[in-house]
Design a protein around this ligand. Structure first.
Ligand code: NAD
Ligand code: 6OD
Length: 510
């Protein structure tokens, strides 16, 4: 048995043999996790509560030496027993990780809420359950993965058999953003491990806590030392760039801003390491006059304001057929004004603060820029005032704008806050042209009651994901990713397993 998980069947396996005691498991704030050991080596930077701006902890910042140790630990794992593990063994371990997350569900929710300020209702129904689901999904997928084989003719008539084996890439760097910290980290870690790689993960400097809890779970359920490593720090000039630029990293899976993707691509160019990039967006919604009006308003409220607009899939550009434009704007603005902005743990809170003071300032700058560019503000447009400690937090109002020209910066640039601009269109051709008039191409939404229109419009949209009469309905098996500046490659289901492994054709002369 190469590592400490007993495989009895492919069903969920509860029994773990010889699980190591969590070594120096921190339970007291963010820590690096390298080669199966936790440490807080190096200088620290503050962890800030977005609700009131207070400093609530300290995060260790990995320097070049720490990153190097993590990469070496990962290399040792892939060249050791882990590199010879079977898909069945890895699948069983992934299920244990999912169980481990669920066993500490409330801690994960509390940590995610504390770092991001997102409502408990969101963290407990989306972030944490879907993070656990990622591990289960890839446990199933890697086990059930079919490969094709071909028999080929040979000159002597004996023939040859070609079949494919999948090899892991080796040491994979996973660099994640702050908006859905655990969900988006596990979205890459789970398939990377399922495919047999060792991982060095770097979460966002703003949201280090659930990644640390994940390392604790990995440790507790018996993930072998070096298979999953975690380093904390910033991007440029810090742990992020040191990791992606490390010559021992065989591939980089990154989610974050498009400009960061460019920087990472430069850092891997010399050694030609493969990248999987999930990047920014400026996602359009098209609302046709024949749509179910209430469903379209409801869906647009969700797509613009979920997680305070800090989801890469959020709608920031809404195009509405002229016949219903005024009614739609009025209804959307009324719903936006009614959203309850407040404490994440309070029942009924729809929106918490933004993640950081810097991000709040960026979003508020865009609100002001939009007004200078000629926007009319129908809802929001500022920071709310509470009259208590939340006024030192990072809250902004959900905002609905109209009246901007197609080339306004607030229409073209990703804001990543709770804001959308609504503009009219006259026909389907114009709607598609407006939707595609962006350097980004992540997700698009179409609201219509015409089946023909839906099928006609969807494939014309320059986006990796098109939703019809819904938003963010996500099956983990489906391809996920963007076109243009929104990404390179696809993740999700088989697509992630394809990225995290190389097919090797074996040709046997019969
Ligand atoms: P970001 O690019 O600033 O940071 C993401 C991660 O990259 C962080 O861990 C950061 O420390 C690290 N990083 C920054 N500079 C780096 C560098 N030079 N080298 C290596 N690592 C570096 O993004 P963010 O602000 O954390 O997240 C918001 C952005 O992420 C938005 O643009 C959003 O659209 C995008 N996003 C995209 C998706 C998607 O699936 N397409 C999903 C979520 C978020
Ligand atoms: O898969 C999901 O549930 C989800 N909310 C994905 C979001 C991805 C980008 O931010």
């Amino acid at each position: 048995m190469p590592f400490a998980v007993r495989i009895v069947s492919t069903s969920v396996e509860k029994e773990v043999v010889g699980v190591r005691e969590a070594e120096a498991a921190p339970r007291s704030g963010p820590a690096h996790y390298i080669g199966g050991r936790f440490d807080r080596e190096g200088t620290t930077f503050p962890l800030v509560n977005p609700v009131d701006g207070t400093v609530v902890g300290a995060v260790p910042e990995a320097g070049a030496g720490t990153v190097d140790r993590a990469v070496r630990a990962a290399r040792d794992a892939v060249t050791g027993d882990w590199g010879r593990s079977t898909a069945e063994e890895r699948g069983a371990l992934l299920r244990r990780i999912a169980d481990g997350i669920e066993d500490r569900f409330d801690e994960f929710v509390a940590a995610e809420v504390a770092d991001t300020g997102k409502p408990v209702s969101l963290a407990s129904t989306v972030d944490i359950p879907r993070a656990a689901a990622n591990f289960r999904a890839y446990a199933d997928l890697v086990w059930g993965r079919p490969e094709r084989s071909f028999t080929s003719p040979t000159p002597d008539g004996a023939g040859a058999l070609n079949y494919t084996v999948r090899r892991p890439l080796g040491v994979v760097a996973v660099v994640a953003p702050w908006n859905l910290p655990l969900l988006l980290l596990t979205w890459k870690v789970a398939p990377a491990l399922a495919a047999g790689n060792a991982v060095v993960a770097k979460p966002s400097e703003l949201t280090p806590s659930t990644a640390t809890l994940l390392a604790e779970v990995m440790d507790t359920v018996g993930v072998p030392p070096g298979v999953f490593n975690l380093v904390h720090g910033f991007g440029e000039g810090s742990a992020g760039a040191m990791l992606t630029g490390h010559p021992g990293v065989d591939a980089v899976a990154f989610t974050g801003e498009s400009a960061t993707g460019t920087a990472i691509m430069r850092s891997v160019a010399e050694r030609l390491a493969p990248v999987s990039f999930e990047l920014g967006g400026k996602n359009p919604a098209l609302v046709f006059a024949d749509a179910d009006f209430d469903a379209a308003v409801d869906g647009t409220v969700r797509s613009a304001f979920t997680n305070a607009g800090q989801v890469c899939l959020c709608t920031e550009r809404v195009y509405v057929e002229r016949a219903i434009f005024d009614d739609f704007v009025a209804a959307l603005a009324e719903r936006a004004r009614a959203l309850r902005v407040g404490r994440p743990e309070q029942d009924g809170t729809d929106m918490g603060p933004l993640v950081s003071a810097e991000h709040r300032d960026k979003v508020l700058d865009y609100y002001r820029l939009a007004e200078r560019e000629g926007a009319k503000t129908h809802a929001g447009g500022a920071a709310p005032r509470f009259g208590d400690e939340r006024d030192r937090g990072f809250f902004v109002e959900p905002t609905v704008l109209t009246g901007l020209a197609p080339d306004a910066r607030a229409v073209r640039e990703e804001i990543f806050g709770p804001v959308c601009h609504v503009a009219p269109f006259d026909d389907e051709v114009e709607a598609v042209r407006l939707a595609n008039d962006s350097k980004y191409g992540l997700a698009a939404t179409v609201w219509t009651s015409s089946l023909s229109r839906a099928h006609r419009v969807a494939p014309q949209l320059e986006a990796g994901i098109v939703w019809v009469n819904c938003w963010n309905l996500r099956d983990l098996r489906t391809p996920f990713g963007g076109v243009k500046a929104s990404g390179i490659g696809r993740e999700g289901g088989e697509h992630s397993l394809d990225f995290f492994s190389e097919p090797v054709n074996v040709c046997v002369k019969l």
